[in-house]
Write a protein that binds this ligand. Structure first.
Ligand code: AMP
Ligand code: MG
Length: 428
């Protein structure tokens, strides 16, 4: 029987996070698929997207106003003869060429006429019949966007590994892509453990607790770009637990919840150790979530071996996280540690975890020694972001977490933080 790491590998938050990031950086997505653009939000792009034409494709008026020759406005006010009107979508033959002393009314998005080198905003003009009087000179930039100024034909606009949000989808639409090649979603096994845990479609006995962790994890997996596969709840009994872990190792990633504390029936690590697991950490100096476990099982030992010409880390090992079973701990440790591995398996370019800052509304007191991620409520308006702790009863308090919208991050060396101080915040 393989033993657990002795002494337990309890790392600082930062060291634990860096280890996860190092492994994530070596992981790749399994395969690619073509998806309708309307279904691409949140998916990870698996191809380069290049400009299929110049952006803009013609010299585009950026304002409603009058197309003019800048030289005609060396002195203002100036009076010019209006020779026509150019709408967005105007065909080339509808567009008059401008001579000195002439102007053409033009709309935002219309092609600028030959000869014109600026558009004077309509607010700076007054029209009298065929004449327009211009009271102010040309704005910086001239309000005409040159052909290809935003992107030259062939330029790369989006790269593989980008998460497709509305702005990236706008780019794909603008180059005429009806479908995009994206990475397949990794399948993530979710295995809740505990003799007291019952499924949510059963009515719990007085000593039982409904399985919320499988569902919160499924939602987190989906949000991070994975496909959750819920396994039956494992009892605190090694044989059945071993079977379910083996099933979980068939997937791309295994998330366990519960059974990783120091209790006599916390068997998860022991069963994983029997499978020749490598443990990278078996705890982190954080609260909630201190007993969090990260490791991997070599394929062939517990995880099924894969036949593949192209060897990838995921073909040699299956990664797992043993997340503490307290529901808030489960959710927080997923975000802090499991998310980057899942994102990497989903094809995402790895990103660093960054905290924002907000002003603390009321004093916070904690104990020294652990980095804390405490459920909190961010409020305020515009530039006045304020944050305060959600009133919670500890790591089991799901209702408090549901009302919170972020976590205040408290360093291990702070016992109290006064109201008014800027504190780091992890958004949810
Ligand atoms: P454990 O990490 O197994 O020691 O569990 C810690 C606490 O979390 C216990 O109070 C469990 O009842 C609770 N818990 C464990 N798993 C779940 C779950 N799947 N859903 C809800 N609560 C759970
Ligand atoms: Mg348990």
């Amino acid at each position: 029987m393989t033993a657990l790491p002795q002494p337990p590998l309890v790392l600082s938050f930062e060291d634990a996070r860096h280890i996860v990031e190092e492994h994530a950086a070596r992981l790749r997505a399994r395969s690619k698929e073509l998806v309708d653009l309307l279904d691409c939000r949140g998916r990870i792009l698996a191809e380069n997207i290049a400009a299929d034409r110049n952006f803009p494709p013609f010299r585009r008026a950026a304002r409603d106003g009058y197309a003019v020759l800048a030289a005609d406005l060396a002195q203002t006010p100036a009076s010019l003869t209006v020779i026509g009107e150019i709408k967005a979508g105007a065909a080339p033959e509808e567009i008059p060429a401008l001579q000195p002393g002439q102007a053409a009314a033009i709309m935002t998005g219309a092609p600028a006429p030959v000869g014109a080198d600026a558009v004077v905003m309509v607010e700076y003009t007054s029209r009298k019949g065929d004449l327009v009087e211009i009271t102010r000179g040309i704005d910086a930039g001239g309000n005409i966007v040159a052909v290809g100024a935003e992107a030259k034909r062939g330029a790369r606009l989006l790269s593989p590994g980008m998460k497709l949000d509305y702005a990236a989808i706008s780019v794909a639409a603008s180059v005429g892509r009806v479908h995009l090649l994206v990475y397949a979603k990794p399948r993530v096994a979710v295995l809740a453990t505990g003799d007291e845990i019952v499924d949510i479609d059963l009515s719990p006995g007085p000593n039982q607790i409904r399985n919320s962790n499988s569902y919160s994890l499924a939602a987190q997996v989906q949000a991070a770009g994975g496909e959750p596969v819920l396994l039956p709840v494992a009892p605190d009994e090694p044989n059945r637990l071993r079977e379910l872990i083996a099933d979980g190792l068939e997937m791309d990633l295994l998330l366990l919840a519960g059974g990783v504390s120091m209790g006599k029936y916390d068997l998860v690590e022991q069963v994983l150790a029997e499978l020749q697991s490598e443990f990278f950490f078996t705890g982190a100096q954080i609260q909630p979530g201190k007993p969090v476990v990260f490791g991997r099982v070599p394929c062939g030992a517990g995880a099924p071996a894969r036949d593949s010409s192209e060897k990838r880390v995921t073909d040699e090992f299956k990664y797992f996280f043993g997340l503490p079973g307290n529901p808030v701990s489960t959710m927080v440790t997923f975000e802090l540690f499991a998310r980057p591995v899942l994102e990497a398996l989903a094809g995402s370019t790895p990103r660093k975890l960054v905290f924002l800052h907000a002003k603390l509304k009321s004093e916070v007191r904690t104990k020294l020694g652990l980095k804390r991620f405490l459920p909190a409520i961010l409020s305020g308006e515009f530039e006045q972001a304020e944050v305060e702790l959600a009133r919670w009863q500890g790591s089991g308090d799901i209702a408090a977490l549901a009302l919170a919208n972020c976590y205040i991050v408290i360093p291990p060396d702070r016992e109290s933080i006064p109201a008014g101080e800027w504190v780091p915040v992890l958004m949810r």
